[in-house]
Design a protein around this ligand. Structure first.
Ligand code: CA
Length: 158
């Protein structure tokens, strides 16, 4: 079982390897907005679990197992992003993805991926979805922006 924080680290290591080709402690600290000492601590933990290869003063690499998990984590993030974009979620897509991703199961992710592909395959389907969106059936007269959970995360919802 990986913690949310471990998932965030693995996802970012995979991303940085994709874009830069190498990852140092400072790169990871900067990308995640944390102290290098926190990175070193976490990278050691991931090393113990056989997910990354790390020796002091060397670059951080992913093991085959770490690579497989990292690939899944990046795919999950992108698919959820595509899903919320498809729904035309008006604000906070990135923040919501960062929250949802840690709770959703892989089988649910596959179902969401299917839905994204279903709509991407035919623009008429997207138009139907757009029609539904205009109807605003939910919530019945309730001001969504005043719901507590939303306020808690997003201030005034703007
Ligand atoms: Ca993420």
């Amino acid at each position: 079982m990986l913690t949310e924080s471990m998932e965030d680290y693995l996802e970012m290591i995979y991303r940085l390897l994709e874009t830069k080709g190498y990852v140092r402690v400072v790169d990871l600290a900067e990308a995640l907005g944390v102290q290098p000492s926190s990175v070193t601590r976490m990278v050691r933990k991931l090393n113990e679990r056989g997910l990354v290869c790390y020796e002091k003063y060397r670059n951080i690499a992913l093991t085959p197992k770490g690579t497989a998990i990292g690939r899944f984590l990046v795919w999950r993030d992108r698919t959820l992003h595509d899903f919320l974009t498809l729904l035309q979620v008006p604000v906070g897509v990135k923040d919501q993805v960062e929250g949802i991703e840690h709770y959703i199961t892989p089988p649910t992710m596959c179902l969401i991926r299917n839905l994204v592909l279903y709509f991407a395959a035919d623009t008429a389907r997207l138009r139907d979805l757009e029609e539904l969106r205009r109807e605003h059936r939910y919530p019945d007269g309730e001001q969504l922006s005043e719901l507590r959970a939303w306020l808690f995360r997003h201030g005034d919802g703007k």
